[in-house]
Design a protein around this ligand. Structure first.
Ligand code: PGA
Length: 251
């Protein structure tokens, strides 16, 4: 298993010029053990493909659960494959909230993705209300078990991103201890499905990651990198976070 995945979720931000500038300032040598995944808006996937170094992995932010046909505005798994996409974010809390994506819809999207050999980044996480009511573990277990089963765990590569909703875009990151506790719980949940296959699943953290908090997060035993929103829009900041992961990997 790769030790670290440093992933950028650009959300609905960027332009051709932004993409050009971003990759022009990507000066870090990319380490085989520390992967970079860039997830732009679909309309810039071609630009990323043209501008990014070869070993930068291409990702998308969403997928249709249909394979093709009359679904205006949707983008299919095979279209993403056609654009050299390897990963796709599925179940981000912004899609669960603003686009009413239920666990059932997310399960269908996940299955469509793996059928096309795309690797999902399955996002899970609790709201502040759920945390305060001590529902975090139940909620996350539910989100995972409604999508992941033994067949998937045995046959399809994927990542899980733990993204507490209260930490996304708020500047309030989970402490490394809180994040690690949930990551460890997620590993335990996967162990219950298949304790051998679960070892190969990396769990990345998302929610206000920046170059000041990355070191302490990445040092935790169950944290395998990050899904980064705001800080990934600043190439300098993103490079710094990448460098931190690389340094820890080489320690
Ligand atoms: P953030 O977003 O880093 O801006 O908190 C993370 C995400 O939503 O994936």
């Amino acid at each position: 298993m790769n030790k670290y995945f440093i992933s950028a979720n650009w959300k609905m931000n960027g332009s051709k010029e932004f993409t050009r500038t971003f990759f022009a300032s990507m000066n870090e040598d990319i380490d085989e053990d520390v992967k970079i995944i860039i997830c732009p808006a679909d309309c810039y996937l071609n630009t990323v493909d043209a501008m990014a170094p070869k070993n930068v992995i291409r990702g998308a932010q969403n997928i249709s659960f249909n394979t093709d046909g009359a679904y205006t505005g949707e983008v299919s798994a095979s279209m993403l494959k056609d654009l050299n996409v390897e990963y796709v974010i599925i179940g981000h809390s912004e899609r669960r909230d603003y686009h009413v994506e239920t666990n059932e819809i997310i399960r269908k999207k996940f299955n469509t993705a793996v059928s096309a050999n795309l690797k999902p980044i399955l996002c899970v996480g609790e709201s502040l209300d759920q945390r305060q009511k001590e529902e975090t573990f139940n909620h996350i277990e539910n989100q995972i078990l409604s999508v992941i089963n033994k067949e998937i765990l045995s046959n399809h590569p994927f990542l899980i991103a733990y993204e507490p909703i209260w930490a996304i875009g708020t500047g309030e990151t989970a402490t490394p201890e809180i994040a690690n506790e949930v990551h460890s719980f997620i590993h335990g949940t996967l162990d219950k499905i298949d304790s051998i296959q679960s070892k190969k699943i990396a769990i990345i953290y998302g929610g206000s990651v920046n170059s000041n908090n990355a070191y302490d997060l990445f040092k935790m035993s169950h944290i395998n990198g990050a899904l980064i929103g705001g800080s990934s829009l600043d190439a300098n900041e993103f490079n710094k976070i990448y460098k931190i992961a690389k340094e820890i990997n080489n320690e």
